[in-house]
Design a protein around this ligand. Structure first.
Ligand SMILES: [Zn+2]
Ligand SMILES: [Zn+2]
Length: 510
C-alpha cells in the first residue's frame, strides 16, 4: 500500500495511511461525542451520494478488485463495508477481495476468522487470510535460526486453516516493505524465507494464490532521498534473487506480485516483470493504477497514452494481470479530520484512473485484466464456491489422535467439523449434544429435550474453538486435545476441563 495523505487523529498525531492499520477503534474510544459521529457520518454519506450520481454512468468495465483492505475491528466492519459498497457501485466494481494489511504484530487487529464470520453470505466479497496471522509470524524473528519449531508448525497449520475457512488466497504478505513516510513501518524478510516456501507449498496444493508485497530491489540499493526516514535503513536489501528462488521452489504456487504500476522505488519495470513472467508461468501481478503527478504513481501512463512498454507486456502476458487498487475502507463515522473522507477521496481517484486505464486497452484485454483473470486465479467462479470449514470431517476420516497437546486449529476442524460432541455441560450438568455444522452453525440439544438451539461456532485468532450460547450470544471457548481413548476428546480452558465423546455426523439422540 502506498498512500499520499497523512491521517490526523483527533489527538492531533499523524498516523500512516499505508499497510499498517491505524488503531482506529482506539481513536473512536477516545472521542466521547456520539453526536459528532452522526453529524460526520451524515455529511460523509451526503458527499458520497453526490459523487455517486455524477460518475456512475462512466463505469464501463465490470471490475473485480483483488487487493483491498478493511480497516477497523469487527464491530466497525458494517460501516467499512458500506463505504466499500458505495464505491463499488459508483465505479462498476462487481466484487472485492478484502484482506488485512501485512501486519508485523497482532495488536488490535482482526484475524481472517472475523472476515469468515462477517462476510458469510455477502456475495460481492471474498477474503484473503494471513495479513494479520501468517505475516506477523513471518516477521517476528529477524534470523531464520531463531524460529522455534513450534512456530513453523503453527504457521503451516494456520495456512491450512485459512484454506479450510474458504479464503480466496493468502495475503497481504510482505517480503520487503519499505517505509514510504515517517512512522510507517519498514519490514523485510527474503522471499525465499522457509515460511514463505512452506506457504508456496500450501498454496500449490490448494490452488490459491499468495498476494505478495515485495518492493523490487536488484542488488543492494541506497535508500532514495525521498524515503530517508528513521524507519528505513540506509541501504535497502536486494529482493529479486530470493524472489527467483521462491518462484523456482514450487511452480504450481500462484504468486501475485502486488502494486504493479505504482511501486514506490520504481524498480518494477515492464522489462523486469516481463522477463520473470517469461520464465515463470505461475507469476501474476496485481495492478495499482494511480496516475497522479508523482512519477512512481504514474508508470503505466505516458502523457495521455499508455506507456508502450507496459502495453506490450500486458498484451504478451494478458492472462497474468489483475486489478488490485489497495483501497482502504474505514467506517464513515470516523471522527475529527475525517480520515474516512481522505480515504474515500484516495480510493475514488485510484478507481477512476483504473477505469481510464482499462478504457485504453483493447476490449478483450481489458475484460481479462478487469475481471476474467481474477476469477480464474482467485477461484471466484460459481464452480469454485467455497464454504467455511470446508474439508474432510466426514465419518471415518478421523485421524489417529496425535497425543495430548492442544490440537491445532486445522486438526480441530478436521476432526470436529461436520460431527457432534456429546458431553456433560460443566455449567449446569446437562447432557448436551452439540453438532458443529460445516456452514459455521452449531446445533445443540439437551438429552431428553425436544428443542434444538442453533448458534454459531468459530475460532479465535489464538486457535480456541468457540461456540455462542444464550440470548446475548456469549462465547464459550476451549482448547481441544486428544485423549488415550479413541473417540474421546478433552475440552479445556483456564476455568473448565471436560471430556466429550465424538459422534460422527449430526447426532442428537442418546
Ligand atoms: Zn502492500
Ligand atoms: Zn495492501
Amino acid at each position: 500500500m502506498f498512500a499520499i495523505t497523512p491521517i490526523v487523529t483527533p489527538a492531533g498525531g499523524a498516523l500512516e495511511g499505508h499497510d499498517e492499520e491505524p488503531p482506529l477503534m482506539a481513536q473512536i474510544d477516545r472521542v466521547p461525542n456520539l453526536a459528532l459521529f452522526i453529524v460526520l457520518g451524515v455529511a460523509f454519506a451526503a458527499q458520497v451520494a453526490n459523487a455517486d450520481t455524477k460518475s456512475h454512468a462512466h463505469a464501463s468495465h465490470s471490475i473485480i478488485d483483488v487487493h483491498t483492505h478493511l480497516i477497523g475491528r469487527p464491530p466497525s466492519f458494517p460501516g467499512s463495508l458500506k463505504s466499500a459498497l458505495t464505491l463499488m457501485d459508483r465505479h462498476g466494481v462487481e466484487k472485492m477481495v478484502v484482506s488485512s494489511p501485512p501486519r508485523s504484530d497482532k495488536k488490535g487487529m482482526y484475524d481472517y476468522t472475523s472476515l469468515v464470520r462477517f462476510l458469510r453470505g455477502k456475495r460481492r466479497f471474498h477474503f484473503l487470510g494471513g495479513g494479520s496471522s501468517l505475516n506477523p509470524m513471518l516477521h517476528r524473528h529477524a534470523k531464520i535460526a531463531d524460529i522455534p519449531q513450534g512456530l513453523s508448525r503453527e504457521f503451516a497449520d494456520t495456512a491450512q486453516a485459512i484454506v479450510d475457512a474458504g479464503a480466496a488466497g493468502f495475503g497481504e504478505m510482505a517480503s520487503l516493505h519499505i517505509s514510504v513516510r515517517p512512522k510507517h513501518a519498514y519490514k523485510f524478510q527474503p522471499a525465499d524465507h522457509p515460511m514463505l516456501l512452506k506457504l508456496a507449498d500450501v498454496a500449490a496444493r490448494s490452488g490459491l494464490p499468495i498476494d505478495l508485497h515485495m518492493d523490487g530491489v536488484d542488488e543492494f540499493m541506497e535508500t532514495p532521498d525521498r524515503f530517508r526516514f528513521a524507519e528505513n535503513p540506509g541501504m535497502l536489501p536486494g529482493t529479486l534473487k530470493a524472489f527467483d528462488r521462491l518462484l523456482r521452489h514450487n511452480r504450481k504456487a500462484k504468486i501475485v506480485w502486488a502494486h504493479g504500476g505504482s511501486d514506490p522505488l520504481g524498480e518494477m519495470t515492464p522489462g523486469l516483470i516481463g522477463e520473470l513472467m517469461d520464465k515463470y508461468e505461475h507469476l501474476y501481478m496485481s495492478l495499482r493504477i494511480r496516475g497522479d503527478s508523482s512519477k512512481s504513481h504514474n508508470q503505466v501512463f505516458d502523457a495521455d497514452e499508455l506507456d508502450a512498454g507496459w502495453l506490450e507486456l500486458l498484451k504478451r502476458h494478458s492472462d497474468r494481470f489483475v486489478i488490485g487498487t489497495d483501497s482502504f475502507f474505514v467506517p464513515p463515522k470516523v471522527p475529527s479530520n475525517a480520515p474516512a473522507k481522505q480515504f474515500a477521496r484516495h480510493n475514488d481517484a485510484t478507481l477512476k484512473e483504473t477505469g481510464r486505464f482499462l478504457s485504453m486497452l483493447p476490449p478483450d484485454l481489458a475484460r481479462k485484466v478487469a475481471r476474467e483473470n481474477a476469477i480464474r486465479i482467485y477461484r471466484l467462479g460459481a464452480g469454485d464456491r467455497r464454504m467455511a470449514a470446508r474439508g474432510p470431517g466426514a465419518p471415518g476420516q478421523m485421524a489417529q489422535p496425535p497425543g495430548k497437546r492442544a490440537l491445532a486449529e486445522a486438526e480441530v476442524r478436521r476432526i470436529v467439523v461436520g460431527n457432534t460432541l456429546n458431553f456433560t455441560a460443566p455449567s449446569n450438568g446437562r447432557n448436551l449434544f452439540v453438532h458443529f455444522a460445516k456452514d459455521g452453525r452449531v446445533v445443540m440439544r439437551a438429552a431428553g429435550k425436544p428443542k434444538k438451539i442453533v448458534k454459531q461456532w468459530f475460532f479465535t485468532e489464538n486457535g480456541l474453538l468457540c461456540r455462542t450460547f444464550g440470548r446475548q450470544n456469549k462465547k464459550h471457548c476451549t482448547r481441544v486435545s486428544a485423549t488415550n481413548t479413541q473417540g474421546k476428546l478433552m475440552l479445556w480452558n483456564k476455568k473448565v476441563r471436560y471430556q466429550a465423546t465424538l459422534l460422527k455426523g449430526q447426532r442428537f439422540s442418546n
